[in-house]
Design a binder for this molecule. Structure first.
Ligand code: SF4
Length: 342
């Protein structure tokens, strides 16, 4: 039997909110000089994020490469320590935790990385890879561990017979299943999925997404699903946060965001998503953004999207950054012109 999900879940009173992130910042020092290095600035990878993740939901975090979404995922799990801000997990502040208390809390939060080829030790057997977390956290040893490993492999659609084989004997999709089995071994509540299908063949992407959805149902998992475009997250997400240059610019329920995107950046990202209907696809108007993502060392003054925004006006350059506005129904957007878009 797969280990019971509920027996090891946290014992605090259960609320609707699993994670509360407040003003999260991750700034890296920018150093210069060959011998005597000195700090000449900051790379503002994550620059003040506030959002919550509800228990059992999938929140997608979407944006171009370099916008800070992977850094956000790592900072939530405390794999990178935030420069500022709060990360409350089941009402426990993670940024204050160290040592054994942080290690124990990490058991409840796992991460699945983009590249299943790089995230498995090529010298370990599949049985050792999936069983390692069970030993690290003293969850099972010996025959019980072996039985749990075999059960975990079956749960992700692999034969229990593969325990003696090595990662190089598997395809990309199978390796990602092994990575998922390893993450499930510690019976987590929350998983950060960092572009988990981006390195896979298109033919197996849907299989892995379907598996992740089935596991979410089966074990009551909560996902933060990171992706660089909106095409892959429609199927799996409940809500979507769109990130640009270290900030969330729009956040809303999936249908609201796809049907009535309010921020010009979201509109541009959506315009790149192919439409399955050939007639509609023929009429799709692509919004091509000019230029590259600006440097997070020195984000543009005013609205940080104004250098690429197709509808920017003087106000966007001159006034302080637009605040996050409630557009109703849990839909939030940071744009001076939001009323004009509705
Ligand atoms: Fe574009 Fe201005 Fe809105 Fe920023 S505030 S997204 S520049 S219209």
């Amino acid at each position: 039997m797969m280990p019971s999900q509920t027996s090891d879940q946290l014992t605090q009173p259960q609320t609707d909110t699993l994670l509360q992130i407040e003003n999260l910042q991750v700034h890296f020092p920018l150093m210069r000089g060959m011998l005597l290095q000195r700090r000449v600035g900051w790379i503002k990878a994550v620059d003040g994020l506030s959002f919550e993740i509800k228990r059992g939901e999938t929140l997608a975090l979407v944006g171009e490469s370099g916008c800070g979404k992977s850094t956000t995922g790592r900072a939530i799990l405390q794999l990178l320590r935030p420069t500022q801000g709060q990360v409350l997990f089941e009402q426990t502040e993670l940024t204050n935790l160290t040592g054994e208390s942080l290690r124990q809390m990490r058991r409840h939060m796992q991460m699945i990385f983009q590249d299943p080829y790089a995230s498995l030790n090529p010298r370990m057997t599949i049985g050792d890879i999936v069983g390692e977390p069970l030993e690290i956290f003293d969850l099972a040893t010996g025959a019980i561990k072996q039985a749990q490993v075999q059960q975990l492999l079956q749960t992700v659609g692999l034969s229990p017979e593969v325990v003696h084989r090595y990662p190089h004997e598997f395809s990309g999709g199978q390796r990602q299943r092994i990575v998922i089995a390893r993450a499930l071994a510690v019976r987590p509540d929350f998983i950060v999925c960092d572009e988990p299908i981006a390195a896979l063949d298109v033919s197996v992407q849907a299989q892995v997404i379907n598996l992740m959805q089935a596991l979410q149902q089966q074990f009551g998992l909560t996902y933060l699903f990171i992706a660089h475009d909106l095409s892959v997250v429609r199927h799996i997400s409940d809500r979507i946060a769109v990130m640009y240059l270290g900030k969330i610019v729009e956040l809303g329920n999936r249908d609201a965001l796809y049907n009535t995107p309010l921020h010009p950046y979201t509109q541009a990202l959506l315009s790149a998503v192919p439409i399955p209907d050939p007639d509609l696809e023929a009429t799709r108007q692509r919004i091509v953004l000019q230029g590259d993502l600006p440097s997070p060392t020195n984000p543009p003054q005013g609205c940080r999207f104004h250098t690429r925004c197709p509808v920017a006006i003087d106000r966007c350059r001159q006034e302080p950054e637009p605040l996050f506005k409630d557009a109703g129904g849990g839909h939030y957007v940071a744009c001076h012109l939001v009323d004009d878009f509705r």
